[in-house]
Design a protein. Structure first.
Length: 360
């Protein structure tokens, strides 16, 4: 590996982990929802703690963080309350409420917040809240900022991670430093970049970035886990969770980012790839490649499937710029972009397959 190239990319990383969290740059997770929900620009988005999101984060950490860091980021607790009581406990923790001095009004609110249908008196509600949540809350305070999981979830994530580390289709993503040097490549995990696209400043955290110095090619991989079968990810999940936007932004973002690094002026960014492994059938992880043609479609035309309609990237950018201008002049209520421009009238659209059938 050329001495003047090795390690260069590390020096150009845009953020530390803490800086990335604190940065107000536009992220994919916000961008994907603002077209229909512009209020997200002014109202802090509640951090989701669904099990599938926690699981995906756990697998990411096990695969892309140094093993020495795992204990600093993950804590195992086998007495996690039921989903309803966990939701209450998380709210108590996030809002710094003293559970030992909780008021009747707060108890009523918590049970409503957790959508509980239990028809108990206030005394019974308080007793069960304490019985189910007090130990868990104490553990949260002792393990501040860590991901709390039970042994079963941790063991499943470990199994999934080990499979990806050893599977013949994916093990190349996790080569040792010695193997990387022998193959004249560098692998970066959780690589954080800042970039501009159409005058909007974005941030992205790339799960796996591989630089091949022989071919001067850079590869981007994003890890996904889920409960769909492998092929179903490419047919449904990628649209349901709007991962198409992530593919475009990350690929475009890294391409723009690399242009500002003189040592990488002759390097190109290859097609974006998702690495998906199914929790219901982990035997066959798939690598889903997003071609330039698909990226162009995401940017300019969007996508209509049997279940989902995804707006073009550039239309969302136009909407975002409009929303930001409305916020700047003090407008607090902003209508969705397409509804405002058409006075609330929208048109039912056909699936593209139907249009093709007309031309036959």
């Amino acid at each position: 590996m050329e001495e003047n190239i090795e390690g260069i990319l590390s020096k150009y990383e845009s953020f530390t982990e803490e800086e990335y969290k604190e940065s107000n740059c536009m992220s994919y997770s916000l961008f994907k929802d603002i077209y229909n929900n512009p209020e997200l620009l002014t109202t802090p988005k509640e951090e989701k703690k669904e099990e599938w999101l926690v699981f995906g984060t756990l697998v990411d950490l096990l695969l892309t963080s140094p093993s020495s860091d795992i204990n600093d980021k993950i804590a195992i607790f086998d007495n996690v309350p039921s989903p309803q009581f966990k939701k209450m406990a998380d709210y108590i923790y996030d809002n710094n409420i003293d559970i030992t001095n909780i008021t009747d009004e707060q108890i009523i609110y918590l049970y409503d917040y957790a959508e509980s249908k239990l028809n108990w008196g206030i005394g019974a509600k308080k007793k069960n809240l304490l019985d189910n949540c007090e130990l868990y809350l104490s553990f949260l305070k002792e393990n501040k900022d860590k991901i709390i999981v039970d042994s079963a979830l941790f063991n499943e994530a470990t199994m999934i991670s080990n499979l990806l580390l050893t599977h013949p289709w994916t093990k190349f993503l996790f080569l040792s430093k010695a193997e990387q040097k022998a193959n004249n490549i560098e692998i970066f995990y959780q690589y954080k970049i800042r970039y501009s696209y159409r005058q909007i400043v974005f941030k992205s955290k790339i799960d796996i970035l591989i630089v091949n110095h022989d071919t001067k090619t850079i590869y981007i991989y994003d890890l996904k886990t889920g409960s769909d079968y492998p092929r179903q990810f490419a047919k449904s999940s990628i649209y349901k969770f709007k991962y198409t936007y992530q593919a475009y932004l990350y690929h475009t973002g890294l391409t723009n980012f690399i242009k500002d690094i003189p040592e990488y002026k002759d390097y190109t960014v290859d097609d974006f790839r998702f690495v998906y492994i199914s929790r219901v059938d982990p035997r066959f992880p798939i690598i889903l490649k997003i071609s330039d043609q698909m990226q162009y479609s995401f940017q300019n035309f969007g996508l209509i499937t049997d279940k989902y309609e995804l707006q073009p990237i550039d239309e969302i950018i136009d909407a975002l710029k409009f929303y930001l201008s409305e916020i700047e002049v003090g407008n607090s209520i902003i209508s969705p972009y397409d509804l405002l421009s058409s006075n609330g009238e929208i048109e039912l659209k056909e699936h593209y397959i139907n249009n093709l059938s007309y031309m036959m």
